[in-house]
Design a protein around this ligand. Structure first.
Ligand SMILES: Nc1ncnc2c1ncn2[C@@H]1O[C@H](COP(=O)(O)OP(=O)(O)OP(=O)(O)O)[C@@H](O)[C@H]1O
Ligand SMILES: [Mg+2]
Length: 453
């Protein structure tokens, strides 16, 4: 049965809804304030929510309701939230819709009407998740692996922006797949048949970057002994990908802005204005907002390039995708190396899940590649990954920020290790002491990379 979460602080309305919807095909979950609502939202991930905007502690305002709305959509951008408004300001409902609410409903509640709205939202949600299931496959064709809600939202955004010609800014920590996403946007756009020309603004010395971008005429400077076209010109009719845009020197930011406004190129040392037609995609791993505050990045340029922004979550915020990606890389490396297939030991996987991944997917890919070479047996151990046991997971256990599955793994390892120690490596006794058979005990030792001495 599909779940419907109802967040409302008014007992009378709650009773009404409970009675009116009890005969519907939904499993009802009730919350009486924002905090409880968010907790239950996280727990049940309901496809549809009705949310009273006037929640305590500000029953007459809409602040808490809007906050709650924003939080829920952040957790699951596909959720359909129907806001229920009372006598607040007229545009409260519109404000909520602008924030991403699915629809709004004005009190007093007419149950039949509300039920129709809920049914429709459920229906739409079903269709959308079926579509997403299909889309997931096609996006994987661009080589982007991801099943978590945050990545599904990214895939949606890619599809949405690809269809248009607007500039796209891709933000994310290093190694989160910004270039991959840029390529996917290009490949899905109308310009897919033309080139995507990339330039890394952070890797080229300041004095060369301008000519690299816009080209130069013969004799423009010492050493310029022939005419050279810039990347922008090469990208004509296609896509120009400006990587590490946050590193672009101020002087050049001005020139880039002028180019974006006019869409004409003037080569260094030249005067002719050459019109070009390019679609701009930019990427950065720095906090552009902060760079603007510090005066290191021009606001007017930001407004040009950041019409649409795609935020890539860091790997540590992608939940089960970590496991998915690790196995994906393991498979692709093994195929390349023609080695016998290897797998991650339970301990290694626990390490992978618990690690912070500052270098994100790139780091994961590199560590897995290395591990395949390093591993002696069929199982990859934490050491092969260059990781030290289960330290990161244990830290998470301390703060209760851990899944039951991972906590079980830790406990399992501890028990096997302790038993081995207690009986000085006597497997028969050690196995009996924790109530498992000898073969099972051997399996557990192998799983956790433990030896009997
Ligand atoms: N979701 C993903 N699925 C599969 N491979 C991925 C994914 N994300 C990133 N990768 C791979 O990880 C590596 C790093 O990705 P990419 O170069 O796109 O990251 P980036 O954000 O541009 O990094 P940097 O900031 O260091 O330039 C690439 O080899 C890419 O193919
Ligand atoms: Mg990159």
């Amino acid at each position: 049965m599909q779940k419907l979460l109802i967040i409302d602080d008014n007992d009378e309305i709650l009773r009404q809804l409970k009675w009116g919807l009890s005969k519907s095909n939904y499993e009802l979950v009730f919350a009486r304030d924002g905090e409880e609502g968010l907790r239950l939202f996280k727990k049940h991930t309901p496809p549809v929510v009705t949310l009273d905007l006037g929640l305590p502690p500000h029953e007459n305002g809409i602040g808490e309701g809007l906050r709650c709305l924003g939080e829920m959509l952040r957790m699951d951008p596909t959720a359909k939230v129907i806001v229920i408004t009372g006598n607040e300001e007229k545009d409260a409902a519109l404000q909520a819709v602008r924030l991403g609410a699915y629809d709004y409903y004005k009190k007093p509640v007419n149950l039949d009407e509300l039920k129709v709205m809920v049914d429709r939202a459920m229906y739409l949600q079903n269709i959308e998740s079926e579509n997403q299931e299909l889309r997931r496959k096609t996006v994987n064709e661009s080589g982007i692996v991801g099943e978590c809600a945050r990545m599904q939202a990214v895939f949606n955004q890619i599809d949405r922006v690809a269809a248009s010609d607007v500039p796209v800014l891709i933000c994310g920590e290093s190694g989160t797949g910004k270039e991959l996403v840029a390529r996917a946007v290009h490949q899905k756009s109308l310009r897919a048949d033309m080139e995507m020309v990339s330039i890394n603004c952070g890797a080229i010395p300041e004095n060369l970057l301008e000519s690299e971008l816009f080209g130069h005429e013969k004799g423009a400077f010492t050493g310029a002994n022939k005419l050279v076209k810039g990347k922008v010109e090469y990208a004509d009719k296609g896509t120009l990908f400006l990587d590490e845009i946050g590193e672009m020197p101020m002087a050049l930011q001005v020139k880039l802005l002028r180019f974006l406004q006019e869409m004409v190129v003037t080569r260094v040392g030249g005067r002719k204005e050459i019109p070009v037609d390019v679609r701009i995609i930019t990427a950065t791993n720095i906090d552009i907002q902060k760079a603007m505050e510090e005066g290191a990045f021009r606001e007017d340029l930001f407004y040009r390039i950041g019409v649409m922004t795609i935020n890539l979550p860091p790997l540590r915020e992608r939940g089960d995708d970590i496991e998915l990606l690790a196995n994906y890389f393991l498979k692709s490396v093994s195929v390349g190396q023609r080695t016998t297939s290897k797998r991650f030991s339970g301990e290694a996987m626990a390490c992978i899940r618990g690690y912070e991944w500052p270098g994100n997917i790139r780091e994961l890919e590199n560590r897995v590649k290395r591990a395949v070479i390093m591993a002696n047996g069929p199982e990859i151990m934490p050491e092969d990954l260059g990781m030290k046991g289960d330290e990161p997971l244990r830290q998470k256990l301390q703060t209760n920020d851990i899944s039951l599955k991972d906590a079980r793994l830790l406990l399992e390892r501890d028990m096997v290790e302790n038993a081995l120690e207690k009986f000085s490596g006597n497997i028969v006794k050690a196995a009996a002491s924790i109530g498992v058979s000898r073969p099972t005990f051997y399996d557990l030792m192998k799983k956790h990379g433990l030896k009997s001495s």
